[in-house]
Design a protein around this ligand. Structure first.
Ligand code: GAF
Length: 395
């Protein structure tokens, strides 16, 4: 854990005390942390049973939490100083949107018959909202983990990952895959994780941060299409699978299909479904290729794969936007940038850039100036460190 994350946790603990008060007789609150995530390569492949290469980072969500003796849940959002209180027997959806994630967590626990008592919590953190770093998955995993520890629920890490995904799918209405909750839960210092989203087997790969840095450039935009188009992409992939299954009944997902097979059925698929399936089948292959390059220490080739991914996301999967494309284009002739691409679901959020360490100041200056003159928006840049996944902190 970095010094900044300790101080963020301390600040949230202070806010807990100013909101709920400090009493000699009540137990000290416990503090839990779940990181936001990056993804090096393998975008939109998780719900196609393919591979991903994510990691947890040093921007995280924190819960400072104490059990209560009644069945009330008192939530205090430290970042925007708002509150929401409800009882465990009434999970009706509120008008404001932020408590939906916490309600969704409790809903999942109730669905599998896990019984918890009331609790009071202050939560917050430094994962920028809407930046495509999955603050929502971090929040879900952090609360599941905290409740699991406090009420001895006996959940495994994988239970938490799968239930976090169900919160998104069943409570929020986003048909997301499993990558974000996986990365937030299983993250490991200085390692990226290649996960097979079908078998759920995964492997840690050390990431060489001595010479290179990962910098996120945050467009600071989130176009409203993001969640509806995400669900549409899933449907388009399913349309492609239905066509391919007519020729091979063993096909269950695009993971089982080669780019060549997609090419063969191009006309029957029609232009849009063909381009979606083509992107996914190439991207699944790219993750495997990129991991081999990482193991061989060939970061130059790894970076080229990142650019290929962006091309595919921009032109074939069509989940990019002008701001993201601009930021990637700005890096193409920069010899200090090995690779750049949009990251996460798309339609805004961040680009991820693999950069030679000694050029990072100049890189950020150039990107900030260019973005400001092109879009009139200040460009936040985050130099991320790869950290452990969900954990309890002792401050
Ligand atoms: C979002 C989803 F939540 C993930 O499951 C994944 O599909 C990602 O978009 C795109 O790779 O973060």
């Amino acid at each position: 854990m970095s010094i900044t994350s300790v101080s963020v946790a301390e600040q949230i603990r202070e806010k807990y005390f100013s909101h709920f008060g400090k009493s000699e007789n009540s137990p000290a609150p416990r503090i839990f942390r779940s990181p936001g995530r990056i993804n090096l390569i393998g975008e939109h492949t998780d719900y196609n049973n393919g591979f991903v290469l994510p990691a947890g980072v040093d921007k995280a969500v924190y819960f400072v939490i104490t059990p209560r003796s009644d069945n009330q849940v008192m939530l205090h959002a430290a970042d925007f100083n708002d509150t929401y209180t409800f009882t465990l027997d009434d999970l009706s959806k509120p008008k404001k949107s932020w408590p939906l994630y916490q309600l969704g967590v409790i809903d999942q626990l109730q669905k599998i018959g896990k019984s918890i008592g009331g609790f009071q919590a202050t939560f917050g953190g430094d994962v920028p909202a809407g930046a495509g770093m999955s603050s929502s998955a971090a929040l879900e995993c952090c609360l599941f983990f905290a409740l699991n520890e406090m009420f001895s629920l006996g959940l495994t890490k994988w239970d938490i990952v799968k239930m976090g995904q169900k919160v998104e799918n069943e409570f929020i209405g986003l048909q997301s895959g499993i990558m974000d909750q996986f990365a937030s839960t299983f993250g490991k210092n200085e390692s990226v994780m290649k996960m097979d989203c079908r078998s759920l087997e995964f492997e840690y790969y050390p990431f060489p941060m001595d010479e290179y840095l990962l910098v996120l450039c945050d467009t600071s935009v989130k176009h409203s299409l993001a969640s509806s188009e995400y669900n549409t992409r899933r449907q388009e992939c399913e349309k492609g699978i239905a066509i391919l299954q007519k020729y091979d009944s063993t096909i269950q997902s695009l993971r089982d299909v080669s780019p060549e097979t997609v090419e063969t059925h191009k006309d029957e698929m029609g232009d849009v479904v063909y381009r979606r399936c083509s992107y996914i089948t190439h991207e699944i292959q790219r993750v495997t290729d990129a991991c081999a390059m990482l193991v061989a220490g060939d970061l130059e080739s790894f970076g080229k794969k990142m650019y290929e991914t962006h091309q595919g996301l921009q032109h074939d999967y069509e989940v990019s936007c002008p701001e993201l494309d601009y930021l990637v284009d700005q890096t193409i002739d920069d010899e200090n940038v090995l690779g750049a691409r949009m990251m996460g679901g798309g339609f805004g959020g961040c680009t991820i850039n693999l950069i030679k360490k000694d050029s990072v100041d100049a890189f950020e200056d150039k990107m900030k100036q260019g973005y400001k003159s092109a879009f009139g928006i200040d460009l936040p840049c985050y130099r991320v460190k790869i950290t452990n996944g969900t954990e309890e902190l002792s401050l």
